[in-house]
Design a protein around this ligand. Structure first.
Ligand code: HEC
Length: 506
């Protein structure tokens, strides 16, 4: 079923959200919907070519080094100041600062190959031994028989996996790659699709998101699921067509003989907070602190609730593994605050990982155009969205929603530890702990959707001291997990079927 909505309620920022099931909105960046292409077409294409490939009067802006530098600052400078003696206008007299930054970002996106992505290209795994800075490894395919849009994997002690397909439910995959039927009795999902006609963005309501086995799964068998529960009647329905709404819910249960049982609700957003849009920014990740706490991400639902402590959206939350509210949570004593809130001011959280050795929790999120982030989620931290951001809105304006009435200053907000500009469409991450690759101990392994690369990043004192691409062009990495013996598993989206691949010693 496909329904097209022609109306769009005011104040809904659908064009700034990230990834829907089908329409790969990151690719829309290259289309006419976003600032940049039109500006470029009008002012630059005549000399630099339609695709930045160069033309008679201007140099190519892709495919080789740039004479005047290619950092965002250098590009901004080149465009603003121009090289009048060589025929390049100083655009600062014509365009605004933001328009110039938009164009600089666009040039960076093209240079990084992030614009035209061929989604039908088959996933080709590199053969044989792959060399990297500290370890060589091989990559094997476990299965390519999943739905094109799987969301999460959790590797169990026997190397079998739990996997969620967001519009369908949960399955198991054996260590040998055999994919089970859908687990019966698990929370209901919906695979009908809604389209916002103006932006062409497609989305659903009622999806299964993260799955995580409890850190002591062998003893207790608990499986945790984060999903969005559909409700036809609740929430602030903003459209005459009465579209369904959804809200985030976390449950746990046990899987026995292909059935979900012992179901317990661990956390849920209240009914009245259900909303009709955007499972796509539902966040929906889970991470365990082996001491018995669980963290979860809940994406933004509308711009006004994100800085509001009485709304669960745009936040990270922390509960005990049975759902009780920890007495040392940062806002438990604040009147009217949602007591499970751990951090505030998130836009579209995509990844969550607990570092068992430092006892720190890390999150990834999609900024607006030009700023994907890795954040250290410290208790009570405010990450600033939608008041401040390193990136800019897709329409080329500055991020400043609600600043006029807020007391929050930029200095009060937490800054990302790692920032990716242009955006790689960061996905999940893990802090590697495992015997198989001892030299990666404590390093981040980070997936990306748009860049389709697997990154390894080492931090020291909050600074990046090492960064490499372990796998290039592997496909859209949606999730990443590690087995108890240290093999790294990646969950890949692909039109012809989602895949699970494994990195292991050669
Ligand atoms: C009338 C032709 C013309 C137009 C229009 C023009 N440029 Fe240029 N541009 C040039 C030329 C020629 C150069 C090379 C200058 C040099 O050799 O140092 C250049 C250089 C650049 C560079 C630096 C390239 C390098 O190698 O470091 C950037 C970036 C750039 N242009 C971006 C833009 C953008 C963005 C626009 C539109 C707002 C634009 N240009 C419009 C002619 C043009």
């Amino acid at each position: 079923m496909l329904r097209v909505w022609t109306k769009l309620a005011a104040g809904i920022f659908l064009c700034v959200v990230w990834p829907s099931a089908f329409s790969e909105p990151e690719n829309l960046m290259a289309g006419g919907d976003f600032a940049g292409p039109a500006l470029y077409e009008e002012n630059c294409a005549v000399c630099h070519g339609e695709q930045l490939e160069g033309a008679a009067q201007g140099v190519p802006l892709i495919g080789g080094d740039l004479k005047h530098g290619e950092t965002l600052e250098a590009l901004t400078h080149s465009i603003a100041k121009g090289m009048p003696e060589k025929g390049m206008v100083a655009w600062e007299s014509v365009l605004s600062d933001l328009e110039i930054k938009t164009l600089a970002l666009m040039v960076k996106e093209y240079r990084a190959g992030l614009v035209e992505i061929d989604l039908t290209k088959e996933i080709e795994l590199p053969q044989g031994e792959i060399l990297s800075a500290h370890h060589s490894f091989k990559v094997d395919r476990i299965t390519d028989q999943l739905d094109p849009f799987p969301y999460s994997i959790s590797v169990l002690p026997d190397h079998s996996l739990l996997v969620t397909e967001k519009m369908f439910g949960i399955r198991t995959v054996s260590a040998e790659g055999e994919v089970s039927e859908l687990i019966g009795g698990a929370p209901e999902t919906h695979n009908d699709v809604y389209v916002l006609a103006e932006q062409g963005i497609e989305f659903g309501a009622g999806w299964i998101l993260d799955v995580q086995a409890h850190p002591r799964f062998e003893e207790n068998g608990w499986v945790y699921l984060h999903y969005t529960e559909r409700c036809q009647e609740c929430g602030d329905v903003m459209d005459d067509d009465n579209p369904p709404t959804s809200r985030n819910v976390v449950v746990r249960g046990r899987v026995k003989n292909g059935q979900w049982g012992d179901h317990e609700v661990i956390w849920s957003a209240p009914d009245f907070e259900a909303n009709f849009y955007l499972d796509v920014v539902a966040g929906g990740r889970l991470a365990f602190d082996p001491e018995g706490y669980m963290f979860m991400t809940v994406g933004m639902r509308d711009m006004d609730g994100i800085q509001d402590l009485s709304s669960p959206y745009g936040k990270t939350h922390r509960v005990h593994d049975d759902g009780r509210v920890p007495s040392d949570n940062p806002f438990v004593d604040v009147e009217g605050a949602y007591p499970t809130i751990w951090t505030v001011g998130h836009r579209s959280p995509q990844g969550l990982a607990f570092d068992a050795s430092s006892r720190q929790v890390w999150g990834t999120e999609h900024g607006p155009r030009g700023g994907d982030e890795i954040n250290l989620l410290t208790a009570g931290g405010n990450f600033g969205w939608p008041l401040f951001s390193g990136g800019q809105n897709y329409d080329g304006t500055e991020v400043s929603h609600g600043r006029a009435t807020s007391e929050l200053e930029l200095e009060d907000t937490e800054q990302p530890t790692v920032e990716f500009t242009p955006s790689i469409a960061i996905s999940n991450l893990l802090v590697y702990q495992g015997e198989m690759f001892p030299e990666w101990q404590g390093d981040f392994l980070v997936g990306s959707l748009k860049a389709t690369d697997l990154f390894r990043i080492r931090l020291d004192g909050g600074q990046i001291v090492e960064q490499e691409i372990l796998l290039q062009d592997i496909g859209r990495i949606r999730d990443i997990d590690v087995s108890p013996t240290g093999e790294v598993y990646l969950l890949l989206e692909h039109r012809s079927g989602g895949q699970i691949v494994r990195l292991a010693s050669p």
